[in-house]
Design a protein around this ligand. Structure first.
Ligand code: NDP
Length: 254
């Protein structure tokens, strides 16, 4: 246990009476923004993380009572650690980590470039790994925490034109299940959420065929709403004893 708390800093001894802290990666826009706003509304102190869109991140932060916007490339473990250390210094610890930042790029397998494959895996899979490694020592010290990884329906079912993306999200489920098993003794819950098809920047950039197929496969015939996904994540973060699960928040049948 000692080695797991190495690098956790002087903080990480949050009192249950203090406001809780939530770090949402990629919360400058899209689903991450909706999650950050839901946690802010519930009284959490929120870290708005971004890579390029500083103005959007600051705008999200401005809508929350206690929030800070911090930049880091999820691919870079040093930048991620620097961000997490800054949060611990400021607020004393982290209760909830939502690994939401992600990218996609459509191309058939035979046309997917090595660079695109590497980028997608680095952002969607190594990114959450970097954040978990940086945050978990603190949660271990606190003896509590929730980690929620944003996966995708395609990581379970696959989808034409999304081999790299599906692989990254399938890998994220493996990371979730193993982390849940390793961190359970420290009262840290680790789950994955599959949000369904949402019309964010990522969702709208896909071709019209992808949207049509998602609607056709869906029982309700509707896209998912970021606010509903955010509500579920907020609820999950307040539960105990639910860990190592993959929640499909969609009306497509697995
Ligand atoms: P958006 O494209 O709207 O937002 C992506 C976010 O990720 C932005 O905040 C962006 O920061 C951040 N980001 C991208 N690359 C990096 C990087 N290298 N380092 C740090 N941050 C980065 O995406 P969505 O809101 O649609 O998606 C959020 C999550 O939900 C993703 O994991 C996605 O895979 C998943 N998802 C989305 C679905 C959908 O239909 N939209 C369906 C299923 C899953 P910045 O603004 O600074 O560029």
């Amino acid at each position: 246990m000692e080695s797991l708390t190495e690098g956790a800093g002087k903080g990480c001894l949050l009192k249950s009476s203090e406001n809780k802290t939530c770090l949402v990666t990629g919360s400058s826009r899209g689903l991450g923004r909706a999650i950050a706003l839901a946690f802010g509304k519930a009284g959490y102190r929120v870290v708005i993380h971004y890579k390029d869109r500083k103005n959007e991140a600051e705008d999200t932060a401005s809508k929350i009572k206690e929030a800070v916007a911090i930049k880091a490339d999820v691919r870079n473990s040093k930048e991620v650690k620097r961000l997490v250390d800054a949060v611990i210094n400021k607020w004393g610890g982290i209760d909830v980590l939502v690994n939401n930042a992600g990218i996609t790029k459509e191309a058939l397998l035979l046309r997917t470039s090595e660079k695109d494959f590497d980028d997608i895996i680095a952002i969607n899979l190594k990114g959450p790994f970097n954040f978990i490694q940086a945050v978990a020592p603190c949660m271990v010290k606190q003896k509590r925490g929730h980690i929620i990884n944003i996966g995708s329906f395609t990581g379970v079912k696959g989808k034409q034109g999304l081999s790299a993306y599906s692989a990254s999200k399938a890998g994220l489920i493996g990371l979730t299940l193993t982390t849940a098993k390793e961190l359970d003794i420290f009262n840290i819950m680790v789950n994955a959420v599959l949000p369904g098809y949402i019309l964010t920047d990522m969702g709208t950039q896909s071709g019209s065929k992808a949207k049509e197929t998602a609607l056709k496969e869906s029982i309700t015939g509707k896209f998912s709403k970021p606010e509903n996904i955010a509500k579920f994540i907020l609820y999950l973060s307040d539960t105990g004893g639910i860990t190592g699960q993959v929640f499909n928040l969609d009306s497509r049948v697995i």
